[in-house]
Design a protein around this ligand. Structure first.
Ligand SMILES: NC(=O)c1ccc[n+]([C@@H]2O[C@H](COP(=O)([O-])OP(=O)(O)OC[C@H]3O[C@@H](n4cnc5c(N)ncnc54)[C@H](O)[C@@H]3O)[C@@H](O)[C@H]2O)c1
Ligand SMILES: O=c1ccn([C@@H]2O[C@H](COP(=O)(O)OP(=O)(O)O[C@H]3O[C@H](CO)[C@@H](O)[C@H](O)[C@H]3O)[C@@H](O)[C@H]2O)c(=O)[nH]1
Length: 445
């Protein structure tokens, strides 16, 4: 089938590449000419495991190309996937400017039937707005023969860092559609990705749009819940990792997404929780549950600063070495990463900061062009550091040479913001490790 995907970011690029990999003829569209230029040469502008190889292979095979020319792409495609950004607007709601602008551009150029598939994360009711926008523009064109179209909701559930795998082997595909014929075509389109037996879940458009926000908000709620449990653990001397195992082994609860840490970040949870709160508020539904989820997350981002201040009330000439700045491992993405608030606060307190991340350093350099010493490997950051702070659990930080760590550092404190280490293991090397909610007893049992 002929497909164009508008927006070539984390979602659009993975979508375009994976559809091409399944043999479809795909055109990726973006307004960013420099990005399109790089993509056309087979260079991925973002780090996502496995993506570069697929990108290369499909461009070479002639199934995948990139352009800034939306009309050209639309003229050659039956499916128009929309995967542009829906960032947080000033009031916390999703900013739909890009989605609606793409809808208008598509309507201005389409000359035959098109299926417009909204893959961007959009609030409930957006597909209806998109359909109205397209109809309005088509009416304005005063065409002799009306051009029919369908608007489909197809939210994306991929995770950064495993995006290709998630797209190629999804645990479900959600499609919101009102036309039964389109429902069948969408089923066909996704069938090759679901040989694993996982379902295409067909539903009405509003429910599909809502499914995305409900899913992300629920996952964010699990994390904030666990971070709150971790705060209690710290006060009473319990270990949140044991509590996680104990409670998560109940299949009704489940083990995933119960890791306490320095708070959730990324381009999705923070903005989607807020947008869902706005949706509720706009229709008179009390969303204080999710407001609390967000509040706990903000508190949690302050965990490292609290621990630093507890150990070093006077931070004059203090040096903190940071491992990891991306919002999670296996990505170069730093959007809303907890590292940003931690580093900002450290710099405001005139603390010396050194940092190493395998993929996110150029993004962090753009945010903190000065004040942070960027190092090329995990050990260089440690020279004369008082504290080692782990913010992102990249695999290369799992089993460091602790004797080397100890010999390079001035101090002995390791703040483990992702609960990767056992305090008893580090104690053998003369280091004292403090994790999140790991029984750092400070109150009455
Ligand atoms: N990143 C994720 O893990 C993820 C997962 C699921 C869903 N989503 C949702 O998918 C959408 C895209 O997210 P992303 O992370 O890929 O964003 P992104 O910022 O990485 O990419 C968006 C791309 O769209 C391009 N763009 C903007 N306006 C355009 C226009 N008018 N025409 C053509 N291109 C345009 C931008 O230049 C950019 O390259 C968002 O709604 C997001 O919430 C993201
Ligand atoms: O137990 C956990 C799990 C995750 N996190 C943090 O939560 C954030 C988000 O992680 P993750 O969900 O793995 O990454 P995303 O790429 O943001 O993916 C989420 O957001 C996407 C965009 O909407 C959805 O498509 C995915 O299904 C959803 O998992 C990161 O900062 C993680 O460190 C925790 O603190 N504890």
């Amino acid at each position: 089938m002929n497909i164009c995907v508008v927006g070539s970011g984390y979602v659009g690029l993975v979508t375009a590449t994976c559809f091409a990999e399944m043999g479809h003829s795909v055109i990726g569209v973006d307004v960013d000419a420099a990005k399109v230029d790089r993509l056309s040469k087979g260079e991925s502008p973002l780090y996502e495991p496995g993506l570069s190889e697929l990108l290369h292979r499909n461009i070479k095979a002639g199934r995948l190309s990139f352009t800034t020319d939306l009309p050209l792409a639309v003229s050659r495609s039956l499916f128009v996937f929309v995967a542009v950004g829906t960032p947080m607007g000033a009031d916390g709601s999703a900013d739909l400017k890009s989605v609606l602008s793409v809808a208008r551009s598509v309507a201005l150029t389409m000359s035959g039937y098109r299926v417009v598939v909204i893959k961007s994360t959009v609030p409930v009711g957006t597909c209806r707005l998109v359909a109205e926008e397209i109809s309005g523009v088509l009416d304005g064109r005063k065409l002799e023969v009306p051009v029919p179209f369908d608007v489909v909701s197809n939210p994306e559930f991929l995770k950064e860092g495993s995006a290709v795998n998630d797209f190629m082997r999804p645990d479900r595909v959600v499609v919101g559609v009102s036309n039964p014929e389109v429902s069948e075509v969408m089923r066909e389109l996704y069938a090759p990705f679901l040989r694993n037996g996982h379902p295409v879940i067909m539903m009405d458009v509003l429910s599909s749009e809502l499914t995305k926000y409900a899913s992300n908000s629920f996952l964010a709620m699990k994390i904030s819940f666990m971070n709150k449990v971790a705060q209690i653990c710290d006060k009473v001397g319990a270990d949140v990792m044991s509590v996680r195992k104990g409670m998560g082994s109940d299949p009704r609860i489940g083990l995933p997404f119960l890791y306490a840490g320095v708070g959730y970040g990324g381009s999705c949870f923070p903005k989607d929780v807020q947008a869902f709160v706005r949706t509720g508020a706009s229709i008179g539904v009390d969303m204080s549950l999710l407001e609390e989820v967000e509040k706990i997350n903000e508190q949690q981002k302050n965990w490292a600063i609290q621990k630093i201040v507890e150990s070093y009330p006077d931070q004059t000439a203090l040096k903190v070495a940071i491992w990891g700045g991306a919002f999670k491992p296996e990505t170069d993405d730093i959007r809303d990463a907890p590292s940003i608030s931690v580093i900002s606060e450290l710099l405001a307190r005139k603390v010396l900061v050194s940092l190493y991340d395998p993929e996110a350093m150029s993004g962090l350099r753009a945010v903190f062009p000065s004040g942070v010493e960027y190092c090329e490997n995990p050990y260089d950051v440690l020279k004369d550091a008082d504290i080692l702070l782990l913010l992102t659990e990249w695999r290369e930080f799992r089993n460091p040479d602790w004797d080397q760590v100890k010999s390079l550092m001035k101090g002995t404190l390791v703040l483990d913001g992702r609960n990767q280490y056992e305090a008893s293991d580090l104690a053998v090397h003369g280091l004292s490790c403090v994790g999140v909610g790991r029984g750092c007893f400070t109150g009455q049992p």
